[in-house]
Design a protein around this ligand. Sequence first.
Ligand SMILES: Cc1cc2nc3c(=O)[nH]c(=O)nc-3n(C[C@H](O)[C@H](O)[C@H](O)COP(=O)(O)O)c2cc1C
Length: 202
Amino acid sequence: MCMKICQNEPIIEDWVSTVGDVSEPIVVMGICGSYDLDSANGRMLEIMLEECEALGAETVIWDHGSYPLPLVGAEGCWEDENVKGFQEMAISADAFVLSSPEYHGTMSGVMKNSLDWLYSKHTSGKVFGLICTLGGQSSNNTLNHMRIAARWIHGWVTPEQVAVPNIKHAFEEDGSLVDESIKSRVSDMASSIVHNTVKLRR
Ligand SMILES: Cc1cc2nc3c(=O)[nH]c(=O)nc-3n(C[C@H](O)[C@H](O)[C@H](O)COP(=O)(O)O)c2cc1C
């Protein structure tokens, strides 16, 4: 339901000897803080998850545009089928990538409401990687706020994180990132997510 799955080669053999059973590929779930995946944050998730796939992970993305989540507390929300699908996808995931636009100095409402639907029973002991995009200059506010929320649902947030400032100028026409230092941060974070997820799943 509402996901993209990619399978790749098993995680590099070196790890098998050092981190135990990795016969089952890890699953990384992307959660977008913009409603539409055809957005800067949708594109950042795609780029990050492609890097995770190159390291042997399977990936899935929740599509808010096609399967919107009701606000927590809205009428009928506790029986909502999209919420059930979202939580089941989270249970099946070993790690998460959160990518949110900065809105008024913090994460978007879409991202906060998504996190409000996740409890420690879905996320406890799982790795989180964080991305934020900004219309203006770089800032850690949204990243820090998502770090606090992920901690509250017992996630292990990687120290690596990615902020993409001046978002209107961040992508080439083909959708690749303009800035080499941001590309390198994306690679470092993907590596940290996959390696640390394998370690935690030992
Ligand atoms: C309601 C609103 C508030 C915003 N607040 C900020 C802000 O505080 N700082 C900033 O740099 N950009 C701000 N922006 C710009 C967004 O961060 C930018 O449009 C977004 O990162 C683009 O990502 P998207 O294509 O995934 O929506 C704001 C945009 C909106 C719509």
